[in-house]
Design a protein around this ligand. Structure first.
Ligand SMILES: Nc1ncnc2c1ncn2[C@@H]1O[C@H](COP(=O)(O)OP(=O)(O)OP(=O)(O)O)[C@@H](O)[C@H]1O
Length: 238
């Protein structure tokens, strides 16, 4: 099974509101940055890929499987939403174990994967802590660990570093890069620096349409950095 996502002419309407219009994109193993203003359609796009929203038109396949086959696609996709929060009264281990049960992992798979994932996100010392006692950065790392419980081929993260201190942001970025070595990671954020430091390829959404897709280096061209190139592009889109 090839690790790839093919999107052709994807559209999504909410009543009269056209949130996505003729979006066509292709992803293969690696890390991709998704940029766009507030309301551009980024979350809608990620929710369609994660099968949490039905599309209105077009085709989307994840590793060859159409998103309409939500049960199968969910096995392939891990999603960390913007507002991730889980069971504050549970310990870190209990929360992971419960989420693993919801993902239909057997008890032996959970016993194997949970310690391995907590170690990967550097939370192995915290497995007995209550979720509500975790810092913002630790919660985000727990979010990644839960999104990886079923070892998905695709990891989609929405605004994961907002509000994190610089050290925690860099740690989180490194973790995502590590995850992208053998899967597709799609990172949506307004923090342009996070994308500049981690992604070789970017896509920019504006008013529901793709206005750039391709290499970050090509996009930046002769500009001083991604932020400058991005501001210039967005200025031209007004
Ligand atoms: N459930 C919904 N019902 C109606 N309109 C919606 C719904 N969800 C999103 N929209 C609209 O679709 C458009 C795209 O929203 P979306 O949340 O995907 O944007 P975004 O790029 O993620 O924004 P932000 O950067 O602010 O998170 C917006 O105009 C939004 O108001």
């Amino acid at each position: 099974m090839n690790t790839e996502i093919r999107i052709e002419n994807l559209s999504k309407r909410f009543g009269q509101k056209q949130a996505l219009r003729n979006v066509s994109l292709y992803f293969e193993t690696g890390m991709y940055g998704l940029l766009g203003r507030n309301g551009a359609g980024k979350t809608t796009f990620m929710r369609v890929l994660s099968t949490l929203l039905n599309k209105s038109g077009g085709t989307v396949t994840v590793c060859g499987i159409p998103v309409e086959n939500a049960k199968e696609v969910r096995k392939l996709v891990g999603y960390l939403p913007q507002d991730f929060s889980v069971y504050p009264g549970m310990t870190v281990y209990q929360a992971m174990d419960y989420l693993g049960t919801l993902s239909e992992l057997s008890s032996s798979e959970r016993a194997k994967r949970i310690p391995m994932l907590l170690q990967k996100v550097n939370l192995d010392d915290c497995h007995k802590l209550k979720v509500k006692a975790l810092s913002g950065g630790m919660k985000r790392r727990l979010g990644i660990a839960q999104a990886l419980l079923h070892d998905p081929r695709v990891l989609i993260v929405d605004e994961p570093t907002a509000g994190l201190d610089p050290e925690e942001r860099i740690r989180f970025r490194n973790l995502l890069c590590e995850m992208a070595a053998d899967r597709i990671v799609i990172l949506s954020t307004h923090i342009v620096e996070d994308i500049e430091k981690t992604c070789q390829n970017i896509a920019i959404l504006d008013k529901g349409q793709i206005i750039y897709q391709g290499s970050l280096l090509d996009f930046v061209g002769d500009e001083a950095g991604l932020e400058n190139a991005y501001m210039k592009k967005m200025g031209a889109q007004q």
